[in-house]
Every structure is written in structure tokens, then in C-alpha cells.
Design a protein around this ligand. Structure first.
Ligand SMILES: [Fe+2]
Ligand SMILES: [Fe+2]
Length: 384
């Protein structure tokens, strides 16, 4: 407990302190001594009696308030705070009861300063006769604290805002990913539907003639293997596979008896059959997803030397997809029975591919297909 007790006061008899006047005169009696004491302090200090009258003040107190307030004998709250009564939180009020050191932080508007106001009671013979009143300017400290609090608050707000932004971004990302997932699912469903539609068309073609049953699937499989062997990209391989399935779809418009005729076709009959590539292109022309493969279908009977049909295209004018279909289609025809002849067989087919490599079949396509067949043969031999 901090208290300022004048030892001499303790020697006074209690009868001297019967009323406030006695106490006030008591503190005034020692004012000169207290004046000497507070003059040694480096911060503003004043002596006040129990009536809150200033009985002494040091130079720093005058500097703080900008006027000479030494021994004004006016109320401290009037001089210090311009108030008619002790200000809220005044530590003097507490010290009157606690008889011990009290302090409080006060903002003094007339000075524009934060002050730490401290009271050390002066006690004589267990009676409070006055107090030393200090005032420390803590404005810089408070501003630093407030700035620090502001910075902490700004930092906390920034963190919260960042978290909120992250949350919003996360929700946005989640919503976007969900949307992509939905689109992806829808796309897969559409693609499945599309593939089923193509297979329905191919099945319709197969059902038309027992002689061509399975031909489209086999041509599709050979063509896909050639495309893979030629290191085409995934989309190109997929297109080649589809084109293989649909290459003869134009035969839907050819009379069944021509497809199933056991003997050789007449020139007129063959001219009708030769329409199937263009008819296939025409059947599929409105299907956007098949736009890229329609030329493959239309020109799958073209030959490099220009002796094919329907447009007698030559060399580079024939799309690669059509060249691949031509090789795959010819190989399957030569290895399948026809109503007008039995299958010539695989050896014959291979020799024909080699023989007509260049004038009829594309060199690279034939080489790729022969490589596929060779690998397939080695693989099946290893399995035996
Ligand atoms: Fe064909
Ligand atoms: Fe065919």
C-alpha cells in the first residue's frame, strides 16, 4: 500500500482533527514542506486538501495547464477539468475511502491529452488530511495503443474479409465444378445416346442383308487399329471408328436384291450400288457431330489413281480417313463371303493390298495395316 504519511502529523493529537477546518489548516501548515517535495518531481504534481482545494503545485503542473496554478486555493476539478464537481473516475474520490494509492486514466478535452491521474493520500493520525495529485501525460502511449488496436482491428478485419472471400471463392468453385460435373454427365448421356443411335442405324443395315452382317463393325475395328498405328490423335481415332461403322450406311437406300444377288451385277446394277457412298453422305449430312467424317464416308471407294467412285478423286484430294476406310473395307470384303463368290482369303487379301499399294491404296495406310496384322498374328501365336 502506497501512502504518503507525514511523520510529524502522527505526533498531533486527534483532538486537532475534530472537523474539516482543522484538517484543512493541518495540510496548509505543511504546505511549504509539501511544496519542496513536489518541486523535486519531474512530472506535474499538486497538493490538495480534503475539500479538493489546491494548496500547492509544482512548475510542471503549471506547464501542463499553461497557467500558474500554484497555491490557487481553487478546486482541483475546476482547474484541472473545468468541472463543477469531481470528474467521473476521479481517483481522489476512491482514495478518500481506500486511504491508499489510486489512479485512473482520463481524457482531458481542454488539453486534448490523455492523463494518468494518480492520488497518494496524506494521512495523519489515521485521518486523511489531503493528497498528492499527480498527472502524467500518457497521450503518446494511448495513441500508440489505439494505433496498435486499430492495426490489430484492421488486421483482424482483413483476415475475416480474406476468409469470407475464400469462402465465397470456394462456394463459387464448388458451384462451377458441380456445373461442370452436370454438364459432363449430360454430355456423356448425350454421347451415349448418339452412339446408340449410330448402332441402331448400323443394325438396320445389317438386318437388310445377311451378306454384309458384321461388315461395318469389322471395318470400324480395322480402321481404328490403322489410325492408332499411324499415331493419330484421340479425336481422329474416334472419328475413324465412327466412320467405319457408318461407311456403308448409304446401302440402306439400295434395293435388297442387288445386295443379295448371287451372280455378278450388271453395269447398270453396279452403277446403282456405286451410289451408296454419296447416299450415305446425304443421309448423315444434317448430323452436326458427324460433319468431319462425312467426307470419309463419301470417298471410301476412291482410289489414288482416280479410278474409284463417286468423284474419281486422286491422291492427296482423298481424305486420309477415306484412304483408311478403303483399305479396311477392301480387306474385309476379300476375307468375307459374298453372294456371288466365296471369300478369297487372307493371303489373297494381303497380296492384293501389296500389289495395289500405290495406284489404288495409300502406301502408309497399307504399311500400317500390315503392321497391325503382323502384331495381331504374333500375339495370337503367342497365346496358342
Ligand atoms: Fe462401301
Ligand atoms: Fe463396305
Amino acid at each position: 500500500m502506497r501512502s504518503v504519511v507525514n511523520p510529524d502529523c502522527r505526533k498531533q493529537k486527534t483532538t486537532l482533527f475534530q472537523n474539516k477546518a482543522d484538517l484543512t489548516s493541518m495540510i496548509e501548515e505543511y504546505a511549504k514542506d509539501w511544496q519542496l517535495f513536489i518541486n523535486t518531481l519531474r512530472y506535474p504534481a499538486a497538493i490538495i486538501d480534503i475539500e479538493c482545494n489546491i494548496v500547492a503545485a509544482n512548475k510542471e503542473m503549471s506547464v501542463l495547464f499553461g497557467e500558474n496554478i500554484n497555491s490557487t486555493h481553487t478546486k482541483c476539478y475546476q482547474v484541472f477539468h473545468g468541472a463543477d464537481m469531481p470528474v467521473e473516475n476521479c481517483p481522489m474520490v476512491k482514495a478518500e475511502k481506500s486511504f491508499t494509492h489510486e489512479e485512473a486514466e482520463i481524457y482531458e478535452p481542454s488539453l486534448g491529452k490523455f492523463l494518468r491521474v494518480m492520488i497518494d493520500p496524506i494521512i495523519a493520525d489515521k485521518r486523511l488530511i489531503g493528497a498528492i495529485h499527480y498527472a502524467l501525460d500518457i497521450t503518446d502511449q494511448k495513441m500508440a495503443e489505439e494505433n496498435s488496436i486499430d492495426l490489430v482491428e484492421i488486421y483482424a478485419n482483413s483476415i475475416n474479409e480474406l476468409k469470407a472471400s475464400e469462402l465465397r471463392a470456394q462456394k463459387g468453385r464448388d458451384a462451377f465444378l458441380n456445373m461442370l460435373e452436370d454438364i459432363s454427365e449430360s454430355y456423356k448421356e448425350l454421347e451415349n445416346l448418339f452412339l446408340r443411335f449410330i448402332l441402331v442405324m448400323v443394325n438396320a443395315l445389317d438386318a437388310k442383308s445377311p451378306w454384309t452382317k458384321g461388315h461395318s463393325e469389322r471395318v470400324s475395328m480395322y480402321a481404328e487399329q490403322i489410325a492408332k498405328e499411324m499415331l493419330m490423335d484421340a479425336d481422329e481415332i474416334k472419328n475413324i471408328r465412327l466412320a467405319g461403322l457408318l461407311h456403308d450406311i448409304g446401302k440402306l437406300g439400295i434395293y435388297d436384291y442387288l445386295l443379295d444377288k448371287p451372280g455378278k451385277l450388271t453395269k447398270e446394277e453396279f452403277n446403282i450400288v456405286k451410289k451408296h457412298p454419296a447416299q450415305g453422305a446425304s443421309i448423315l449430312k444434317d448430323i452436326t457431330q458427324l460433319r468431319e467424317i462425312i467426307p470419309f464416308i463419301k470417298y471410301h471407294h476412291e482410289k489414288l489413281d482416280g479410278n474409284g467412285y463417286p468423284n474419281k478423286l486422286k491422291g492427296k484430294k482423298i481424305p486420309l480417313g477415306a484412304k483408311i476406310l478403303h483399305v479396311a473395307d477392301s480387306f474385309d470384303s476379300m476375307t468375307s463371303d459374298r453372294p456371288y463368290r466365296p471369300a478369297p482369303g487372307i493371303e489373297y487379301a494381303l497380296s492384293e493390298l501389296e500389289k495395289h499399294k500405290g495406284p489404288q491404296f495409300d502406301n502408309d495406310v497399307v504399311d500400317a495395316f500390315l503392321s497391325v496384322l503382323e502384331k495381331s498374328y504374333i500375339e495370337s501365336a503367342n497365346l496358342l
